[in-house]
Design a protein around this ligand. Structure first.
Ligand SMILES: Nc1ncnc2c1ncn2[C@@H]1O[C@H](COP(=O)(O)OP(=O)(O)OP(=O)(O)O)[C@@H](O)[C@H]1O
Ligand SMILES: [Mg+2]
Length: 380
């Protein structure tokens, strides 16, 4: 600075120009060095491995490359990028994909198999970007993220979810079979004996001489008790395995269940049904009926409602069951709680048929549950 000042004072303008130009040059050089240092620090601060390519040769790499591939950056500079891939064929395919894609777009992300220096195969998520507006001299930057473990964990999770789904289907079918067996046994053993007992007591009463009034009354009470017991047995059978479902189909079973619910809970139940049983698969009918039972039980237990509206509607390609109550309203937390096993069961049953369940509650206004099941064409 002092030097420049003295040149100005002494009027030596040519020397002044030269001196300023040298200074500018120094400043620019210094600045460029600073930028280069900054650039390499940024590259090294990024956790993913990064390389820059020029005609498939590696022209720069960051520190993380060592962690991902086991190669140090010094070993890589000047080498072909094929060093990261498993064989020449795959390497060619990857290159073809890269360059053709980067001709069309500036960046892309995709997953490819890679190989480390120690020979271990890994799966990488690669992001590539061309350097500049066009793909000149195949100058590109690629980041590699080793997702082998992530992918494995994801697949493992998917597998165990699949197993859980299968287990849940299996358990449900076992439960249905068991219920059917118990229902049949109660019907055959208990139901028939009770009817016989009731008829015998009635006969006995008829045989008694009219003057034995108190004995006659006793037999009449026994007949009434037998009647009530037979009714209870029928109800228990119907709950275990709604025979109506087998005999008359889903719509009759839903209507029956709604009536039962109304008479037992005192909650008004309005039912609107618009569907034909013949197009509904038998197992699907069971699933939907069980869902309906679960939803009604929840209304009786939790909603403090005075009325329920039920709609079962069949569209061309889907079956929709809607149950609305006017109770206190389920909260999002309750509907999504992983410990809400009743609701989880409802969702699982619907999911098994490719369907979905929407649950919405409004505080002190009520809860709406919507179950939608797609109907496969040609299903009987
Ligand atoms: N119609 C409803 N109105 C208000 N709250 C509801 C309604 N249905 C469910 N809930 C709330 O959601 C929770 C979860 O229901 P879910 O059926 O999963 O479990 P549960 O009925 O408590 O037990 P279970 O496993 O015997 O069914 C209930 O405990 C209740 O708080
Ligand atoms: Mg429940």
């Amino acid at each position: 600075m002092e030097e420049v000042a003295s040149l100005i004072i002494n009027g030596k303008t040519d020397d002044l120009d030269a001196s300023i130009s040298t200074m500018e040059h120094d400043v620019t050089k210094e600045r460029l060095q600073e930028l280069a240092a900054l650039e390499s620090s940024i590259l090294d601060a990024i956790p993913q491995a990064i390389v820059g390519l020029h005609n498939r040769r590696i022209i720069f790499a960051n520190n993380a490359i060592k962690g991902t591939f086991g190669w140090s950056r010094e070993e890589l500079i000047g080498k072909s990028v094929t060093i990261f891939y498993r064989n020449a064929r795959e390497s060619k395919e990857i290159a073809r994909y890269f360059y053709s894609t980067l001709k069309r777009q500036r960046t892309f992300v995709n997953e490819f198999p890679c190989r480390r220096k120690d020979g271990k195969d890994i799966l990488c998520r690669m992001r590539a970007a061309r350097i500049g507006d066009e793909l000149k001299e195949r100058r590109i930057v690629i980041t590699y993220e080793d997702i082998t473990e992530k992918k494995r964990a994801q697949e493992e999770l998917e597998r165990s979810r699949e197993q859980l789904r299968n287990l849940s289907t299996y358990l449900q079918s076992v439960r249905e079979k068991e219920s059917t067996r118990i229902a049949r046994e109660i019907h055959d053993e208990l139901g028939q004996s009770l009817t016989a007992l009731q008829m015998d007591v009635a006969w006995l009463g008829d045989q008694l001489p009219p003057e034995l009034t108190h004995l006659k009354e006793k037999t009449q009470r026994m007949v009434r008790l037998a009647d009530a017991t037979i009714e209870s047995v029928h109800r228990i059978i119907a709950e275990l395995r709604p025979i109506l479902l087998d005999d008359l189909g889903l719509t009759a079973a839903i209507e029956w269940q709604a009536k039962e619910f109304q008479s037992r809970s005192g909650i008004e139940c309005y039912v609107y049904i618009d569907c034909t049983d013949s197009s509904i698969d038998k197992d699907l009918a069971t699933a939907l009926f069980r869902i309906f039972q679960g939803v009604l039980t929840n209304v009786a237990r939790h909603a403090a409602a005075t009325a329920v509206w039920v709609r079962l509607v069949q569209k061309e390609d889907e079956l929709r069951l809607e149950v609305i109550d006017n109770g206190k309203g389920i909260t999002v937390k309750q509907a999504e709680d992983p410990r809400s096993f009743g609701i989880i069961g409802i969702r699982e049953r619907a999911n098994l048929w490719g369907g979905s369940v929407q649950i919405a509650g409004v505080q002190n206004r009520g809860t709406t549950i919507n179950v939608t099941i797609p109907l496969r064409k040609g299903a009987s």
